[in-house]
Design a protein around this ligand. Sequence first.
Ligand code: HEC
Length: 97
Amino acid sequence: MKKLIVGRVLCGVVVLLTSSTAVAAVNLGACKGCHGASFEKKAMGKSKVVSNMSKQEVSDAMLGYKNGTYGGPMKALMKAQVAKYSDEELKSTRLGK
Ligand code: HEC
């Protein structure tokens, strides 16, 4: 009985660890040079202020840059930023309000 409980606790820990790695996977530190430490700047004077966008808008923008369906004059630059991430990672940045 005791072994069963320990086993379950361990399973829970493993699940927690894997899911938090997935969320942390997009390296937001790499974005801050352009977007500002709290995403409060217009990147290179061109982008929207990401911290003012809704979570849905950010997630649509990130996926759209990757798929080539979203963006303004500098979208190629953002496409390069997001290319290496999975769709799930791009949806889980938690940026926006
Ligand atoms: C080299 C500078 C630079 C870096 C690094 C960068 N961005 Fe951007 N970002 C821009 C520019 C410029 C735009 C506007 C592109 C366009 O014309 O669509 C933009 C647009 C965006 C938008 C959509 C805003 C809008 O105007 O619709 C989001 C969301 C975003 N970036 C998030 C990120 C995230 C998250 C990262 C890090 C993984 C990142 N950016 C890295 C420069 C950068």
